[in-house]
Design a protein around this ligand. Structure first.
Ligand code: SAM
Length: 418
């Protein structure tokens, strides 16, 4: 890693996420301006992701070598970031200590140089550290651990461990991907391949629309919907359009409305469809307010890939460990319930509704559907069964890390004639 600003910028970004609850992509956008070359941006991003992912365990690791936790939060980040480079990025001991001191000087923390020096020197000599509490052991704030434990008595450790891994790169391929990509096919899901990490956007097959980036878990949606000729289908929460594109790849002869609340995100659906050379009717509107956009022609199938806590994709969004609060979940669940109720009105009798989240919390998943069916008794579950998923009271759960997949929830419902 070279360049004068990598560590200072990375420390400022990680500080903003961990202590100011700034969303990581917003922090990148704000700090990583055009003056940074792409290689520097990538190095900063990699350092921030790794630091944030492992922050609580690494901070615990050096805290045992100081009398009391330093009040200055940026200094805490500088020390933890240096340890990240030592433990996870193969940087030599002397280099991380020297660079941490340089970073402190550049960030006007000269007063902390002696503290940083002695703390890091002691910490890099310790060979292993189990963590002085569960939050440190699993590098998650305790409330997340409590929620995973409450829902998944036997799998909570698997989930926490998966959340701290660097995520794999899964692709969806229209044609057999080139051997040079070293594609490993998924055990069950057709056309899903894991490939080594790389910038796929530079590859011809990506630019031509033959391959797309999509976790194998997310690729299940279009197969469950199984689009048939001439069907009227609504993709209710569509941006950036991963599942929209997949539905059309499976059958281009459908009438597909792709709805998205935010205009900027809707642009991503257009860009994705343009790359895939496919078309959908993209509508910018609030799915929970059909009076503003619904044509009156009910749908035969609806995909509701609802906004959620993202608890199943923490390995891709480690910042949410720090930026989310337990109360956020209540608001998210209310939004999901509103969306489900709106979708119920828009579906034909005998039509089907696929409810999806990238969460592993029952509150947003099986319990949500249980509550929905109580108030909408015309709906009944169409059972799904996959070897890599766990059956819940309602729907199925892919537990984060199963077959190296993201944590996703699916429930398929039929609207009966009552
Ligand atoms: C989980 S993401 C969807 C991912 C997408 N289906 C894909 O596969 O690429 C949820 C999306 O729903 C959008 N959204 C949130 N609330 C919405 C609403 N009330 N109406 C329509 N879209 C909404 C969010 O902006 C976000 O883009």
């Amino acid at each position: 890693m070279s360049g004068p600003n990598i560590r200072t910028t990375a420390a400022q970004i990680s500080y903003a996420v961990i202590y100011k609850k700034t969303n990581l992509s917003a922090a990148f956008k704000q700090r990583l301006t055009a003056k940074y070359p792409n290689t520097t941006k990538s190095a900063i991003k990699a350092l921030c992701f790794t630091t944030i992912r492992n922050y609580l365990s690494l901070e615990d690791r050096w805290l045992i070598h100081v009398n009391k936790r330093p009040k200055d939060k940026l200094v805490r980040v500088i020390i933890t970031q240096a340890l990240t480079e030592f433990i996870y990025m193969d940087k030599p001991k002397h280099a991380v200590v020297n660079e941490a001191i340089n970073t402190a000087k550049k960030l006007n923390k000269q007063w902390a140089c002696a503290l940083i020096n002695s703390t890091l020197r002691k910490t890099v000599e310790t060979t292993s550290h189990l963590g002085t509490n569960t939050a440190a052991q699993f590098s998650h704030p305790q409330w997340w651990i409590d929620k995973f434990t409450a829902d998944w008595t036997n799998q909570w450790q698997q989930i926490l461990i998966a959340n701290n891994q660097k995520p794999p790169l899964w692709i969806r391929a229209r044609k057999t991907p080139p051997a040079a990509l070293l594609p490993q096919p998924h055990s069950t899901i057709p056309n899903a391949y894991k490939i080594p990490a790389q910038d796929i956007t530079q590859i011809k097959e990506f630019q031509d629309g033959d391959i797309s980036v999509q976790d194998a878990s997310a690729q299940l949606a279009a197969f469950i919907i199984d689009p048939q000729d001439d069907e009227r289908i609504l993709d209710a929460c569509a941006a950036p359009g991963g599942k929209t594109g997949h539905l059309l790849e499976l059958n281009n002869n459908i009438q597909l409305d792709a709805l998205e609340l935010y205009p900027n995100r809707a642009k991503k659906i257009h860009a994705n469809l343009h790359r895939l050379k496919l078309n959908a009717n993209v509508i910018v509107a609030d799915a929970s307010q059909p009076q503003d956009w619904f044509s009156g022609k009910k749908y035969q199938k609806i995909l509701l890939d609802a906004p959620c806590s993202a608890a199943g994709i923490i390995r891709r969004q480690p910042d949410i460990k720090f930026t989310r609060e337990p109360d956020d979940l209540l608001k998210i669940c209310q939004t999901q319930q509103n969306l489900l109720s709106a979708m119920a009105q828009l579906l034909e009798v005998n039509g089907s509704l696929l409810y999806v989240t990238c969460s592993v919390f029952n509150q947003e998943n099986s319990n949500q559907i249980k509550n929905f069916i109580k108030t909408h008794p015309e709906f009944s579950e169409i059972k799904l069964n996959y070897p890599f998923a766990t059956n819940c009271e309602y729907g199925i759960q892919i537990i984060s890390g199963n077959e190296d997949m993201d944590g996703f929830y699916y429930c398929y419902l039929n609207k009966n004639d009552v």
